[in-house]
Design a protein around this ligand. Sequence first.
Ligand code: SF4
Length: 766
Amino acid sequence: MAIAEDETTSDQTTSDQTTTETHTRTCPLCEAMCGLRITVEAGQQVKLIRANQDDVWSKGYLCPKGTTLGHMHHDPDRLTMPMIRTGDSWREATWPEAFAECERLIRGVVETHGKEAFTAYIGNPTVHNYSLSRYVGAFTGMSGISPIYSAGTVDQWPKNVSSALLYGNPWVIPTPDLDRTDMLVIMGANPQASQGSLLAAADVLGRCDAIRERGGTVVVVDPRRTGTVDHADEWLPIRPGTDAALLLAVINVFAADELIDLGRMAEFVDGVDVVVAAAADFTPEAVAETCAIPADRIRRLAHQLAEAPTSVVYGRIGTCNQEFGSLASWLVDVVNMLTGNFDRPGGLMFSSPMTEPLAHLPRPSQNGPDGRAAFGRWTSRVRGAPEVLGQVPVSCMAEEIDTPGEGQLHGLITIAGNPVLSAPESARLAQALPMLDCMISIDNWLNETTKHAHVILPGQGHLEQSHCDEMIWSWAIRNAAKWSPALFPPPDDHPREWEVLLTVAGLFMGAAADEIDTALLDDLFFGGVVGTVVAEPTSPIHGRDQAEIVAATPGRGPDRLADFSIRRGVHGDHYGANPDGWTLARLQEHPDGVDLGPLESRLPELLQTPDGRIDIAPAYLLADLPRLRARLGRSEDGLVLVSRRHLRSNNSWMHNIKVLVKGKDRCTLMIHPDDAEAAGVTAGAKARVSSESGEVEIPVEVTDEMMPGVVSLPHGWGHDVEGTRLSVAREHAGVNSNLLAPGHLVDPLSGNAIVNGIPVEVTPAG
Ligand code: SF4
């Protein structure tokens, strides 16, 4: 058996019967960006996926999901041809047929109701898809569809609000410097299941262990004793939705005990006195009962954070998807600033990636005339929800479809999303989607949402396209970069996802399907991007000739954009001005990735606020404090529901992989023994869980992992829906937790859904 290496990416083994090659790639499924070694037999069958020990970023780390990319690629349910629906029947179609049908459907709605009768929904997998993520902006811009909905308002919108206000850009988000901190407080996140989120790192639990091994401390603040707690010194159970009160009490102690020291941040932070005054009545004693954390423990937490050589508070999904998501997201950053652990090693920091999408771009379009983030520039038609950063809550989508009248939605484009399972008010959405006159889904599966589409346009599988996590490197804990070429070529006649997006955009521009020139549209888009960057005064290529830059960036599609992103970035070659800088071609010579070193201070360079300073006390956020004060006086005797995710699950989109869903049923109601006894439910039996919006019946798991008063369901399940093509998921259906999420429950500042802290009743089923 001979083993040979090709130039960059593979080992090759040949026997008499088969040829086996091993290729180096990066897992695209989450922010860990693990390096993979993928063994392929006969050039087409994935045989084995292991960790790449030589990967400069993940250093041999891998989770069970990453090993199943081959299963996903070879899933017989994955769509590889466009699908057209007539009634309840689906048929495969050619691409020209499918685009012609899209043209007919789009034209019908536009001619009758106007383009404003269309909307689009952007799903979470888009972020992890190189082609879609780079071109979804081109699609929305060229198509003129507005507004759009996204999974963002069931995820991180509060953090975007906080960053827009503090740093002038919703996507300038700091990340915890895990490898150099002496104290880590994890709030509302579970790296054991999900690794990082808005935190790019592989093996987050190993890094927690390392903090403790070097004498540091790790504390987990969460209503559930998650697997992450096994790698921490302490679990602080907290009542869902009260993180902001806890953080204000910590600030209260900082002020009372004279622990505030901003360090170098004092040079460009305003409003500390205002924050201290706002926290004056949030004493530890005032919040202790509400948060379910003793006052003396809050006081000690404040001292630990302020007195550790370095410390960092990291808050994620549980601090966002809740009643006070924007306040909590803001206060996480504020606490780190007040201890001086911001933009310095060991604290919250900003990365400086090779593929840098954020710096040197114009201020966000959402900003008002004074240059600051603006909110509420328009409201939704039915409930009057104010827009926030260009979007309203995703739960508005159902009512905008099913409520007749001027402005009613008649058309929908979904892009890699399954809102029937992932969005609140999901039962209403499932009933509303069949009312649409045109629904086109760009998706690889016929799932609970896309079953309502008139046309499904499948994209490539993850292994059929090149990959670069451009956005995700923006919150990486080290400066680094990787790029993966496609492992398998897609069928010749299969347009790339970016071409599909541009074609559908072209239909909205009024072109006939058979006349659309995606190369021309791509050139228009790319030229526009280049023109914007060379006009930006802070860009390293400011003032350069647009045509010269375009001509010097060969190729097409996302690879051309990645090359441009690298070359114009802080590490780039600046198109000849920095001859030692990076290009995509140079990055491609490093299949195991490139490490550019630890994070370095980036402020005030990154700030996009009008005055180049940070107002730590934005009025928009302060105005919500009376609502939080009122929460302190509210007693809650009943149970509240929180969400959870398992290591082998990734929202709704990996439940059709048998090796991930087999074994013990993971879609259970977790409930504390005392609450189970009070509710009369027992382990293994089914309970009925009901909220104001619906009810589900689900097996009970009695466990002291849950704090008393809080129960938990996993999200992304509920695959027992007729008309899908998810043969494995249907056998492991579970229940849809979003049937219990009322659409009107949102954090008012961000419009983000509240799926952590839903009042529910639990009773024995049947
Ligand atoms: S942690 Fe798992 S899912 Fe995430 S990148 Fe690594 S292998 Fe992929």
